[in-house]
Design a binder for this molecule. Sequence first.
Ligand SMILES: [Zn+2]
Length: 166
Amino acid sequence: MKHLIAGQMFLKNNPDHAFWMGIALEEAQKAAASDEVPVGAVLVYQHQEVARGHNQPIGLHDPSAHAEIVVLRRAAHHLQNYRLPNTSLYVTLEPCLMCAGAIMNARIERVYFGAKDPKTGCVGSVINVFDNEQLNHHCEIAGGILEHDCAKVLQDFFKLKRSPKG
Ligand SMILES: [Zn+2]
């Protein structure tokens, strides 16, 4: 029901994960190009893309405009449904508390993330809200999908930010 399994094992079982996380990574690059922290996401229903998006709180003047929220809004609007059952969300970074809450409210079935976020990650790093039985939401979770690539896009971005030229 709820498990955190190493990405490699999932990749062996399902090559789709690398494909969809690749799309999320493309979105992360778009965020970087706009000088936003590079996080990207895509929502998938029955092997088909529903919506994709990237982190853009600065550009939108919206603290809630994380990649996951941007994608959930687009997908819900597209499907004309405030709930998104039987869908899979791929996101390059471990969701924060706000996004974990939105994922629960949207009734997303599976969440696959790339890099861990030791500072704000709420799917195992700081806390794991999906482990709380009282929240009564059953979501399948797996981290570490293309973890190296997902982490590198963030590292490269912050390296450039800290350099004198950046
Ligand atoms: Zn978030």
